[in-house]
Structures are given as structure tokens and as C-alpha cells.
Design a protein around this ligand. Sequence first.
Ligand SMILES: *Cc1c(COP(=O)(O)O)cnc(C)c1O
Length: 399
Amino acid sequence: MRDVKMSTKAVWAGEKDQLAFGATQVPVVHSVSFGYDDMDEWYEVAIGNKEGHIYGRNTNPTVEAFEEKIRILEGAEAATSFSTGMAAISNTLGTLLFPGDRIVSIKDTYGGTNKIFTEFLPKQKIDVVLCDTGDHAAIEKEVAKGCKVLYLESPTNPTVKITDIERMAKVGKKAGAIVIVDNTFATPINQNPLELGADLVIHSATKFLGGHADALGGSVCGSKKLVESIYHYREINGATLDPMSAYLLLRGMKTLQLRIEKQSENAMVVARYLQSVDAVESVFYPGLEDHPGHDIAKKQMNGFGSMLSFSVKGGVDTLRHLLPKLKYVNRAAHLGSVETIVGPSRTTSHVECTPEERAAMGIPEGLIRYSAGLEDKDDLIHDLEQAFQSLPESLFVNK
Ligand SMILES: *Cc1c(COP(=O)(O)O)cnc(C)c1O
């Protein structure tokens, strides 16, 4: 594809090769296996000398269209896909890390990723070093000691902290590490980690790529060499994306640019509004000038994204009153959909931590994650206004 703009790529990329019967849309190919009458042709495809499909755990035409679309959006040489975002992460780490290896990452990665770091990798005698998120000097120091993988996520969940990807990729490269970035929150519309020097970029396609909260999936993009080894791990271990989900993700991705632009705009308006509310203690959004990662976000992102969080005075009691009053939100452990989604961090991303652990991570009990949807911004503000107005003052005054 000639280097057209992102919105054009989002609509067209990856689909053409999979069309059949003159159809203009990619078919959902619900076939577990692919048959051959010619034994020589079958053999050639089976050993990888000829293009074609053999068995659904390895490849499938609908899934291939999804992989090709995300590959082009991330500007990568190769891409592969997974049943979920966590499968993308665990299969990638499973491919790259062996007993005795060392991985450096940050404390604020996605909850499931953090569990891999703290629960599963240590059991395999893999040394995991987690630095304070945003403490670039600490990460540089640890990476310089040598590591196989430097694993980053920016912005992070739930306080949307920012890491300078270009700066970290440089130290990672120098130390001979493979630099991985989970780009789920930013999406390829707002941030392109490979351009910033990363080796691999991971998505939970379940979130913004699909965008409609109706399909699970994951992807990894990067060099052909790295992606092929990760694909091989996945085809054997079996965390394959199913064709129906691939179709739903593909369809969602066609509107990615439109959605991300509008949702980022809505998030900015909501963040500014929240700053003016008495019952709100703090607002976390990289688009706000007082956010510690604002300057880096401005440098490495095309937009500040649709994720924000805020803490309310009066903690859990306040959020217990506030959240049920909102009319145009889903109260759910999800993000990145066309609908606005809210959830307390203590119930969603950090449910497995104790209140003390959450406090140590800078997550107040009254912290609410807000994933701005596609609703009209005035309606979102009005909805928040009426919910805040319904709060008894005793909950938050003098708190
Ligand atoms: C949701 C999420 C994941 C995991 O994705 P699943 O599709 O739920 O497995 C990984 N990273 C980030 C940043 C996420 O938000």
C-alpha cells in the first residue's frame, strides 16, 4: 500500500487478499481444516514452501486479514494474533524468556501482566525487576546491568502514567534487550512504538481495536524474525484467535481513527470538567498540563487518548453513591468501547491487591477509571453533573 494516511489504512488494509466471490467484505471462514486433492501441493503448503492454510490452530483467512490490518497500522514487518491480549503477552514472554534470564519492567503494568511478573515468571527462575513507573533513571540503571527483555506500557492503568519510549528503547538496545511496548491504551492512532525504537508492540485488541466490547483478541507486531518465533510458540501452545472474533475486530478497526479522535476529545473535556468539581480530589489525564507525563506524552503521542482516572473525596462511600447515578455509562471491568465505561480501580484493575498495596502504588480507594466513549461531550458532562449534585455533602465536605 502506498503510504496513505491512518484512516485510509484502517478502512482498507489487509482485506483484499481474503475476498472471495466478488464480496467486498472479508468472509468469516468457519473451517477448522483446509483440504487438498493434490498430495504434492498439500506437502508444499504443509512445509511452508507454498502459501495456503492447513489447520485452524495455525492460520485462517479471516484471522490473517486481522493480522495484516494491525501490521500495516503499526508499520511493522510482521504481525501475529492471539485469543486475548493476555495470550499475546504470555506467549511473547514464553517465547523469549528462559530460566536464568532477567526482565526489567515497571510497577504499573496491566493487572494480568503484573501477575505474570510477580507470580509466574519467578517460578521459572526468571529474574523480574519492576521499577517505579515514570522513574526513567531507575529503569536505565537496571537495564544497563543487562537484561533479555525491557517491557513497557504507556500510558498505564489506572493513573495513566507516561514512559518515554524513545529514551527507554535506546538504553534497551544498548544493553542488547528486546524492547516490548503494550500499546493498548494509546492505539496505533495515537502512538507508534516501533517508530520510537521498540522491537515489539502488543495490543489487547479486546479494547480499542475492536472497540465494541464484543470480541476478545490480541496481537504482536515487529520484525519477521521475532514475530515468526512468537507465532510458532502460539501455533503449538494453541492460544489462537477464532475467525468470528477476528471478523468483529476487523470491522471495529475500520472506524478506529474516528473513534480514537472523538474519544480523546471527550476525555479531555471530561478531565477539565472534573478538575472543577468540589468532590474530586485529583484528576489523572496526560492531556492536563499538570500531569507529570504531559511533556513526554506531547512528544510521543498524536493525541492524549480516551483513558483518564479521578479520585473522589470520601473514598469508597462516595463512589458507592456516585457511580450508580450515572446514566450513560457501563459500570464494568472493561475499557476502550464506544460506550463510556467506569469502574473503581479497587474492583477492576487492582482487585487482587490489598488496600495497603494499592496505596503503595498510588491508587486511592476512591479512584475511578473512566474510559470516554463516543457519546456527545455535553451529555457526558451533564451526566456527571447530575451525579455529583446528588451526592450528600456530608460524604465529601471536609474530607
Ligand atoms: C485488557 C488489557 C490487557 C489484556 O487483554 P485481554 O484481551 O483482556 O486479555 C493487556 N494490556 C492492557 C493495557 C489492557 O488494558
